[in-house]
Design a protein. Structure first.
Length: 339
């Protein structure tokens, strides 16, 4: 008896229907004048035309959502996971002062459910629109036997551009620069192997909190770049505050003070039994992005953060390391400690 691809668990027609839906739906697209060909072909074409840049450099980033997908799968809630995926990529990309151009996604399942896939991809598309980034393609894979019923995984790929002469980063940072935190929307997309264990006994009660999508910082950074207000930035992902030294030059230390954790993080801390420093080196603890700026720009930076409806945290400053040859590091003054 013959057995075809569909009987083996892969529905090509469903995949084609999803592509047709994605092509036909949606409104005005970011960078539409530069997209030569996008969704539906073997590859996308994007015209590079940035005469205003002296030394244009392409930026590439890739990331996933981690085991947060297990919670989304359990509760069949995909409306925010696409934003998580976009945010994890574009929030990295903008740390060097770049502008997102294109995004591609990879969505893999055991069996394709069109309603779930549409919810996920609609979230991806809306996050791309909010990030002024064109969704130019992707891949949907049915992989029965690799993924169990209801399981899925995803990965994202972002391409951006920056003028090398305008790049942000450690090369611009100076001793005395201030460190300003930008509030997160929640746990974002890191630490979920731990969080799932901490909340497994009452996961349903915490599902809304745990499934909040990752904040998008692209338009905030665009305003800061246009005002030439910051020297560097750090996306606070896995490892928490240990991401900050990636934005600092060797021979310097990020001297920061502790802050009050939002309630969800305080609950996670209580359940985990971790001290403040361990928490700050594991989760974002309410701060999803850190800006490094000249001290004279601090007030203007805070004003831009608040304009975009985030909370600003005055964390501390960049100081010289005791050992001038030391790699960039972070020093935390816990509550009650002086400078």
């Amino acid at each position: 008896m013959a057995i075809d691809y569909k009987q083996a668990g892969v529905d090509v027609e469903a995949g084609d229907a999803l592509v047709d839906w994605l092509q036909a739906s949606g409104g005005k697209k970011a960078h539409a004048d530069r997209v030569v060909s996008g969704i539906g072909g073997f590859a996308s074409l994007f015209r590079i035309d940035f005469p205003q840049m002296k030394k244009p450099c392409l930026i590439t980033c890739t990331d996933g959502v981690g085991t947060k997908v297990k919670i989304a799968s359990r509760f069949r809630r995909f409306e925010g996971v696409g934003q998580d995926l976009v945010a994890m990529c574009v929030n990295d990309l903008i740390c060097c002062g770049g502008e997102p151009l294109q995004f591609l996604d990879y969505y893999a399942v055991g069996k394709l459910d069109l309603a779930d896939a549409k919810a996920f991809l609609d979230s991806v598309r809306r996050a791309c629109d909010e990030s002024d980034c064109a969704l130019t393609g992707g891949e949907t894979a049915e992989m029965p036997g690799v993924y169990q019923a209801g399981d899925f995984d995803c990965a994202g790929f972002a391409v951006g551009i920056v003028d090398q002469e305008d790049m942000l980063g450690p090369q611009r940072v100076r001793v005395g620069d201030v460190l300003i935190g930008v509030s997160s929307s929640g746990f974002h997309s890191n630490g979920y192997s731990l969080l799932r264990r901490l909340f497994e006994s009452d996961l349903e009660a915490w599902a809304d909190e745990l499934l909040k999508p990752t904040a998008l910082y692209v338009r905030l950074m665009k305003d800061l770049r246009q005002g030439h207000l910051v020297h560097a930035a750090a996306h606070i992902t896995g490892g928490g505050i240990d991401n900050i030294p990636r934005a600092l030059p060797e021979g310097t230390v990020a001297d920061i003070g502790a802050w009050d954790f939002p309630p969800a993080f305080a609950e996670a801390q209580k359940r985990a039994g971790l001290d403040d420093l361990a928490m700050m080196k594991t989760l974002n603890c309410g701060i999803g992005f850190v800006l490094v700026a000249p001290s004279g720009n601090a007030a203007a930076v805070r004003a831009v953060i608040e304009k975009h409806r985030f909370r600003a945290y005055d964390l501390g400053q960049v100081v010289a390391a005791a050992d001038r040859q030391a790699a960039a590091d972070v020093r935390v003054r816990l509550k009650g400690e002086g400078r």
